[in-house]
Each structure stands twice: as structure tokens, then as C-alpha cells.
Design a protein around this ligand. Structure first.
Ligand code: HEM
Length: 209
């Protein structure tokens, strides 16, 4: 018993635990800025459209880079999210007529993209983890007067009821990558924090009336 307790005390936290802990502040920041955008009543549709457009632009850049590393490219095969964003952007364009086509003052050089496979896993962690918050966001958006009885919420629906299973599968693959690449944890965490800070800067730039 004592041996087990001692062993628990000295055991190193796994990569999933470290990621959650070491990106907590970054998550709080992005959650705050997204909450301001999404949970204002009534929803500012122009800002919402701008947010989706910025996401679309960023996800395309990052997914293209993730596609360049063998292991993250394999993961992306069933985890690409661009069509979800396209669907919502199309829906709003049809419904409201107006579209926000550019990505503001942001140039892709202003963003830091993953430079190696371990960092790429950190970026993927941020995109996959966002699907967990997606369910909570979806519930709130469905109560917005604009979305009552409408569709147009494909992105935040994410994997729907499959979300917990997709998350478990992602965490398992992440653990396998970390086990096969000793010493890569720091790079994974660094990648996750880079992605959070890219997204924070982009979301801060979304115009709210
Ligand atoms: C209003 C905005 C947001 C809310 C309310 C929110 C809420 C949440 C919640 C409740 C969880 C935990 C879910 C669970 O354990 O079942 C979570 C996890 C997570 N969210 Fe968010 N989130 C938001 C935005 C974002 C954004 C924009 C990103 C990234 C682009 C993000 C990335 C993550 C990640 C990576 C995790 C996994 C943490 C872990 O390792 O367990 N979230 N979020």
C-alpha cells in the first residue's frame, strides 16, 4: 500500500494531464473572448459571421500544415472541420445576404504554425479539445433568438454524440505518439499554447458593434 502511494506521488503526469494543466490559462483567455462574442444577447450576427470567417481562414492554414506530417495527416482524415465552417458561412450568407469575406488585418505571416510533428500534435489537441466546448456553445446558441428553430450550427455541433468517443480516441493516439517519441512533451505543449495564442489574437480582432 505504502509503495503504491509513493509510486503515485512520484509518477510523472501523462501528456493529457500536462496539456490540460499547462494550457489552462490560455483556455480561460480564449473562452472569455469567445463568450463575449457568442453569448451576447441578441447575438451580433455580423461579429458571428466574422468569427466564422476567421476560423475558416485559420483552420485551413493549420489543417494544411497538419497534413504535412505523417501522423497528424492520418488523424485529420476523419477530423477535418473545414466543411462544417463552410456550411455555416453559406447558411448565414444565404439567410442574411451579407458576407464578411476577408480576414481583416491579419496576414498568415503573423501566425506561428507548427514547425515539427510534436508541435503539430499540440495544434491538433486545440482543435480536438474545442469540440468538447462546442457542445456547451451549441446549447447556448440554440437559445439565441436568431437560431430558434433554425439550423446553421454545423461547426459547434462538431462530432455530435460521437464527441466523447472521438476525444478518447484522440487522447489514446496522442499518448501513443508521446510514448514513441520520448522527450516530445514540451514541444506538444508549446504547439498547443501557440495555437491558443494565434486564436486569441484572431478572435480579439473580430469586430463587435
Ligand atoms: C465560449 C467558448 C468556450 C467554452 C464555453 C469552452 C468550454 C469548454 C469545456 C466545458 C471544456 C471541458 C469539456 C469536458 O471536459 O467535457 C473544454 C475543453 C477544452 N476546450 Fe474549450 N471552451 C470554449 C472555447 C474553446 C476554444 C475556442 C478552444 C480552442 C480553439 C477550446 C479548446 C479546448 C480544449 C483544448 C479543451 C480540452 C481540455 C482538456 O485537455 O481536457 N475551447 N472547453
Amino acid at each position: 500500500m505504502t509503495d503504491n502511494v509513493t509510486a503515485c506521488k512520484v509518477a510523472k503526469p501523462d501528456i493529457a494531464t500536462r496539456l490540460r494543466r499547462e494550457t489552462r490559462d490560455a483556455h480561460c483567455q480564449i473562452e472569455a473572448v469567445m463568450s463575449d462574442l457568442l453569448f451576447a444577447t441578441p447575438l451580433d450576427l455580423q461579429a458571428y459571421q466574422h468569427m466564422l470567417t476567421m476560423h475558416r481562414w485559420y483552420y485551413e492554414l493549420v489543417e494544411a500544415r497538419l497534413g504535412q506530417f505523417h501522423s497528424t495527416a492520418a488523424m485529420l482524415q476523419e477530423r477535418c472541420k473545414l466543411s462544417w465552417l463552410d456550411s455555416d458561412i453559406r447558411y448565414l450568407k444565404k439567410d442574411c445576404g451579407q458576407s464578411v469575406s476577408d480576414h481583416g488585418s491579419y496576414a498568415s505571416e503573423a501566425l506561428e504554425l507548427p514547425e515539427n510533428e510534436a508541435q503539430a500534435w499540440g495544434f491538433l489537441y486545440v482543435f480536438e479539445g474545442a469540440t468538447l466546448g462546442g457542445g456547451h456553445i451549441l446549447d447556448r446558441l440554440r437559445h439565441q433568438p436568431y437560431f430558434k428553430g433554425r439550423s446553421g450550427l454545423r461547426f459547434f455541433h462538431s462530432y455530435g454524440p460521437k464527441t466523447p468517443a472521438m476525444w478518447r480516441e484522440f487522447q489514446l493516439s496522442l499518448q501513443q505518439f508521446a510514448a514513441a517519441n520520448p522527450g516530445c512533451e514540451k514541444q506538444i505543449i508549446n504547439g498547443a499554447n501557440l495555437s491558443f495564442s494565434n486564436m486569441y489574437a484572431l478572435m480579439k480582432g473580430v469586430q463587435v458593434d
